[in-house]
Structure formats: structure tokens, C-alpha cells
Write a protein of this length. Structure first.
Length: 279
């Protein structure tokens, strides 16, 4: 009989300990909203979650790089569009000055306006910059952008020498003069060459924009996927944990009653044995 009571007390105690542990775990998960709060909860799961978390941070850094590259590329493209528009205006002035119907005063006025456009192109090309990097003065013709999370995951961006001394094939823009018919004829040819060059540059910035847009979408998708995976491992199911806590509390109550009953029965047995011995 005594052995049986000891077994009952042991079973009741184990049940209470188990209920207490379950209640504590559910309470912690509800409080932290995390399913894994220490390595002891799930060593393999925590290791995987930590790797996903590190990758998420790296992907976010890569996305920031991509966004900077997009802004840099857009800065160059906007400047090139302005230069192309000025070249079109300069072409019109050259055509006007090349005609025998243009007077000397007309050509002088055209040259004044022409020189102003040249100065604007020079300013645009020399001042087009992003984050301290000049983009169209020829000092930074290429840059490697870290667009992935592994070594070597880079994208190269190309930029261009677009000062007035750089544009033109037969001659450079900086040497042009439309104050004479012959000078205007030369200007028509050189400006057309410069426009072709600038249009090629714009095609390059357009292609770079497409590549960067794709990389931005891909990286954003990777962040979403990894974040979801991290959440599946780490995030607690609050509803399920609340139900588990309620069930554990019921078990605690029942187990506490079982322990109390077992202890009471043990005391009665001891009193009975002592009474029998003394009598």
C-alpha cells in the first residue's frame, strides 16, 4: 500500500511539473511573440533563423546600393537629356547662320546665343554628380555596384565624358563658331555627331535603368521570401499558445489536487502505522 501511494505521489508530481513547464513556455511565447526564445527550444531552427536574419540584413544593404545606383543613373540620364535639348537648339542656330540669307548681325546674335548654350552644356556636364561622384566630366567612367549578397555580385555602371571638348568627332563643340557661314556649316556636322554620341549615352543609361529595376524587384522579392521564412520559424502562433496556456492551467489545477490528495493519503498512512506500532 505504501509503495502504491509513493507511485501516485510521483505521478502527480511529474504531471504538475509538466503542466508548470507547459504553462511557462506558453506564457513566454505569448509575451515575446516568439516560438523560439533560446537555443534550447529548437537548436536547428534557431540556427536557420539566424542565417535568414543575416541574409535579410545583407539583402537590405544590397537594395540600398541598388537604389543609390538608380538615383545615380537617373542623374546622369537627366543631364544627358538636357544636353541633347541644348544641342538641338544649337543645331537650329547653325542652320540659320549657314544660310546666305542671314545677315552679319543675325550671325552675331546667333553666335551669342550659341555660346550661351555651349556654356550651359559645360556647366551641366561638369556639375552632374551624385553623392560626390562626378558623372559626365570623364573622371568616373565606370563604377561597380554591389547588388547581391555574395562576393562578386556586382553590376557595372558606365558614365561618360560629356564636356564640350569631349563631344564631336570631326571637331569638338568647344571649337565651334556660327558667326560665319563656313563656321556654321562645320557646326552643323559636329553637332549632329555630338547628338549621335549623346543618344548613344542615353541608350546606355536606359539599359542600365532596366537592369537595376530588375535587380531591385529580385532583391525585394528575396527580402520578402526570407522574412516570411524567418517568421515561419520564429513567430509564435498567439491563438495556439493562448489555447495551450489555458490547457496547461487546467492541468496545473488537476495536478495540484492530485499531489495534495497523494500527500494527504501518505500522512494518513503514517499516522495509521505509528498508531499500530505504539499499540
Amino acid at each position: 500500500m505504501a509503495y502504491g501511494l509513493q507511485i501516485n505521489a510521483l505521478v502527480a508530481g511529474n504531471a504538475l511539473n509538466s503542466a508548470n513547464a507547459a504553462a511557462a513556455q506558453a506564457s513566454e511565447r505569448i509575451s515575446t511573440t516568439l516560438r523560439i526564445n533560446s537555443a534550447a527550444d529548437n537548436p536547428a531552427g534557431l540556427a536557420m533563423a539566424n542565417r535568414l536574419k543575416a541574409d535579410i540584413s545583407s539583402y537590405n544593404a544590397a537594395l540600398a546600393n541598388i537604389n543609390s545606383a538608380i538615383s545615380m543613373n537617373e542623374t546622369a540620364d537627366t543631364a544627358l537629356s538636357s544636353i541633347a535639348a541644348l544641342l538641338a537648339d544649337m543645331s537650329a542656330l547653325a542652320v540659320a547662320s549657314s544660310s546666305d540669307t542671314a545677315s552679319d548681325d543675325d550671325r552675331t546674335n546667333n553666335q551669342t546665343e550659341f555660346s550661351a548654350y555651349l556654356a550651359q552644356i559645360e556647366t551641366i556636364a561638369s556639375e552632374a554628380a551624385y553623392n560626390g561622384f562626378s558623372l559626365l566630366d570623364g573622371s568616373n567612367l565606370s563604377m561597380d555596384v554591389q547588388t547581391g549578397i555574395n562576393a562578386g555580385d556586382t553590376t557595372s555602371l558606365t558614365f561618360f565624358a560629356s564636356l564640350t571638348s569631349d563631344l564631336g568627332t570631326t571637331d569638338s563643340l568647344s571649337n565651334l563658331d556660327v558667326s560665319s557661314a563656313s563656321g556654321a556649316d562645320t557646326a552643323i556636322t559636329v553637332i549632329a555627331e555630338a547628338l549621335t554620341t549623346v543618344e548613344g549615352y542615353q541608350a546606355q543609361t536606359g539599359a542600365q535603368a532596366n537592369v537595376l529595376s530588375y535587380q531591385s524587384d529580385l532583391t525585394t522579392s528575396n527580402i520578402t521570401t526570407h522574412t516570411s521564412g524567418y517568421g515561419n520559424i520564429m513567430d509564435a502562433d498567439t491563438a495556439a499558445e493562448t489555447a495551450a496556456l489555458a490547457a496547461a492551467e487546467i492541468r496545473q489545477t488537476a495536478s495540484t489536487a492530485m499531489v495534495a490528495q497523494a500527500n494527504s493519503m501518505s500522512k494518513e498512512l503514517v499516522s495509521y502505522l505509528l498508531s499500530s506500532y505504539l499499540n
